[in-house]
Ligand binder design. Structure first.
Ligand code: AVI
Length: 324
């Protein structure tokens, strides 16, 4: 193909903007206010998340990267030949890029909600690998994974779904199961899921990872209020909230909140206000942690059998390969 060709970029249906706003507003009006964690990732939020991934306290990114680099060939050996490599939440495609030599895919499909960013990151992969077909799909795939038609264009190249980073932990377990079932429905007989999940470990390590000393995670959490202001034309003042993150033993998850420093009220939409008492909070994220066995059970409940498992020396993070 011509070097000047831009890679193909598709967009799958999403909820109309009005409905998205309505959902966001409804969440904020619940007795315990909620903001979906997908709202973290505006441009500033993406930058802050990149900074989080480099923090000493935030072990998941580097631990998973170590597992991948220690086991790259062994993992690749278990995958079907010349698959369609489907990166869910590909971002800058840096993780995918590291697999291309070992996996030798027939095609790379990068799926992400951030459309403009996706165009350039897919284009960069295509430029580095001129022989490789690269497709970008702009999609809120956590709500709406629909890649049947695209994958059917290459019936002899089974999909390998790549879902690293323990993003699965940001779903509540039932929703995680439904999401993995959606992936399963795209697998056919030969398709595979390669997925990373953060494992249970002592509370102090978990809590430090979500409440770092330099305050990057706090800034990331508070930034969500700026995003909501944009989305709804609301008037949150981030300085009136503080970051809070704790491990909840019962639900086995980190819960992130924004806690009101004082009593005040916020305009959410033209005729809608929400009052916050001092100490009242908004839930912004859950990050579930699993034992390896629990995660295998989640895969099984979603219709996939875990065939291989890799971890690090401390058993802090798990990489699971699963098949129908
Ligand atoms: C994207 N996700 C896997 C991160 C996590 O660890 O749950 C999001 C995050 N929130 C705070 N720090 C990182």
């Amino acid at each position: 193909s011509l070097a000047l060709d831009l890679p193909r970029l598709e967009s799958t249906l999403r909820l109309p903007v009005q409905d998205e706003r309505q959902q966001l507003l409804q969440g904020l009006l619940q007795p315990t206010a909620r903001i979906d964690s997908k709202y973290f990732y505006d441009e500033r939020g993406c930058e802050l998340f990149t900074d989080i991934c480099r923090l000493d306290e935030y072990y998941p990114t580097r631990t998973e990267a170590q597992i991948f680099s220690d086991n790259r060939e062994a993992i690749a050996a278990q995958l079907p030949d010349t698959p369609q490599w489907v990166d869910l939440g590909c971002g800058d495609c840096n993780k995918t890029r590291q697999w291309l030599d070992a996996v030798d895919p027939a095609r790379v499909v990068g799926v992400d909600i951030a459309g403009e960013f996706l165009q350039s990151s897919i284009a960069a992969v295509a430029q580095q690998h001129p022989q490789l077909e690269c497709v970008g799909v702009v999609s809120d795939f956590t709500q709406h994974l629909e890649l049947h038609d695209l994958l059917a264009e290459r019936p002899n190249n089974p999909p390998v779904f790549f879902y690293p980073g323990s993003s699965i932990g940001n779903f509540e377990p039932r929703a995680a199961m439904h999401f993995i079932r959606r992936i399963r429905a795209h697998c056919g007989e030969q398709g595979r899921l390669l997925i990373g999940a953060d494992l249970l470990k002592p509370r102090a390590i978990l809590e430090a990872a979500y409440d770092d000393a330099s305050g990057v995670t706090a800034a990331f959490n508070l930034n969500i209020l700026n995003v909501v202001n944009q989305e709804l034309d609301a008037d949150f003042r981030p300085e009136l909230f503080h970051h809070w993150a704790r491990f909840d033993d019962e639900h086995r998850r980190i819960e992130m909140r924004l806690v009101a420093r004082e009593r005040h009220s916020v305009r959410l939409a033209r005729h809608t206000r929400r009052h916050f008492e001092a100490g009242e909070h908004i839930v912004t994220e859950y990050s579930h942690k699993y034992s390896a066995d629990e995660f295998r059970a989640l895969l099984a409940a979603s219709g996939l059998r875990c065939t291989h498992y890799w971890t690090d020396a401390q058993d802090w993070f798990g990489v699971f390969l699963a098949e129908p």
